[in-house]
Design a protein around this ligand. Structure first.
Ligand code: PMP
Length: 409
């Protein structure tokens, strides 16, 4: 039984943290999320009680670390329903994962005139590496049109694909407009044509059930800190055969099984060939604890509750004449503006009431070509937010014209 008041007790920052003298109302979950006590304790437990390196020692402490680290990989496997735990590579986050895929797979598999498909709603992390890989290989980046609401549809994917398309790289849920892409249909269509599908799951994996076998996606990137885990840890999932056929972008200790002075290197099998150097051990442990915590609450319940919150908020926002909402019918973040008020000024007003929301371009700097506004406000929820917090948020939306009060009160 989902009980938000009970859940809130798990988060130290929801129990006493203040901003501008008001209890914190944290509505910037698209940027990062708050951490429950269990995650904090799991990280502290590693640092306090069994701090050692992984995959290196022949003593009990080192084996203890190995066990926790590999068990964390297994928990990630379960969370996204990957076939094998060797398909889970720990990275520093979505950005790192997407770069690894672009440079490790894209660079070696693309050739001149091949086409990479993205959309204008992608985050910089799923845009800039592809621009660069295209430059390096002679491939070209093309855009799948969004429909008039900002949605990525199968129909528009079908229109954009040509016989030169080799990679489709899209967010399952985008970070500003928040629409869900029909991943399973896109994968089926792409695979019939030998196209590899790379999914930026930064804004989807934390909020809904992820089943990589069901959707059949080829690569998936996501970040721990957006799902109650620590910063600096993330995941690159790849189908095992694709990982075997992919080049690590970093080499070093732990990634090779042997090498000689002539430069002949034998790499380890995935995932280890992609995890050179000492990994972020407490990050992996913290992420696994976060996933266990989320699974205990239930990803379906989390998703349902968040949609209820979003719906509640949107209905109230649509009644306000001074507010423009750009994506009333999506499922992720709410992109909006207070009419006539620059987004950063509006965010300062929200701050003065203890409400954290984001203003700006949200690292999606070509989205304005679609939205026709240079910056927006973004309110993004997680399962610990409440209708009471939304009521407080709505009251500040109504005060939008008083934004100068934030500076002169
Ligand atoms: N993709 C999307 C859709 C995102 O929202 C973000 C984070 N804002 C990223 C990628 C990058 O994530 P990170 O900063 O954790 O690497």
């Amino acid at each position: 039984m989902f009980d938000v008041n009970q859940i809130r007790k798990d988060f130290p920052m929801l129990n006493g943290k203040k901003m501008q003298g008001h209890p914190l109302i944290y509505l910037d979950n698209g940027a990062t999320t708050l951490k429950p006590q269990v995650v904090i304790e799991s990280v502290c437990d590693y640092l306090t009680n069994y701090s050692g390196n992984a995959h290196r020692g022949d003593y009990d402490l080192s084996h203890e670390v190995d066990e926790h680290y590999e068990q964390s990989r297994e928990i990630v496997r379960q969370f996204i329903n990957a076939k094998r735990k060797e398909e889970i590579v720990f990275t520093s986050g979505s950005t790192d994962s997407l770069n690894m895929i672009a440079y490790g797979y894209g660079l070696t598999h693309l050739k001149a005139n091949d086409e990479i498909l993205i959309t204008v709603a992608e985050h910089a992390s799923n845009t800039l590496p592809w621009f660069d890989v295209a430059r390096l290989t002679g491939a070209t980046v093309h855009y799948i049109n969004l429909d008039e609401t900002g949605r990525l549809t199968l129909e528009n994917v079908q229109k954009a694909v040509t016989e030169k398309t080799k990679i489709i790289a899209v967010a399952e849920v985008t970070n500003v407009l928040g629409y869900q892409a029909p991943m399973k249909d896109i994968c089926q269509f792409a695979h019939e044509r030998g196209i590899v599908v790379v999914v930026d799951g930064a804004q989807s994996v934390p909020h809904q059930v992820t089943d990589v076998q069901d959707t059949d996606i080829d690569f998936l990137a996501f970040s721990g800190h957006k799902m109650c885990g620590p910063t600096g840890i993330g995941v690159m999932y790849g189908k095992y055969d694709l990982l075997k056929d992919m080049k690590p972008t970093r080499l070093g200790g732990g990634a090779n099984s042997r090498y000689n002075s002539c430069g002949v290197v034998t790499l380890k099998d995935p995932p280890y060939r992609f995890e050179a150097g000492t990994p972020h051990i407490e990050g992996a442990i913290g992420l696994a604890t976060a996933m266990q915590y989320l699974m205990k609450i239930g990803m379906n319940d989390i998703h349902e509750y968040e949609q209820e919150l979003r719906q509640y908020c949107i209905q109230k926002m649509l009644q306000l004449d001074n507010v423009q909402v750009y994506n009333p019918h999506s499922m992720g973040a709410i992109a909006f503006n207070i009419k006539g008020v620059f987004s950063q000024d509006a965010a300062s007003l929200f701050n003065s009431y203890g409400i954290a929301i984001r203003a700006g371009q949200h690292c999606a700097k070509i989205l304005d070509e679609f939205l026709k506004v240079s910056t927006t406000l973004r309110a993004s929820f997680y399962f610990y937010n409440t209708k009471e917090e939304i009521d407080a948020f709505i009251e500040v939306c109504k005060k939008g014209d008083d934004f100068l009060d934030a500076f002169f009160k």
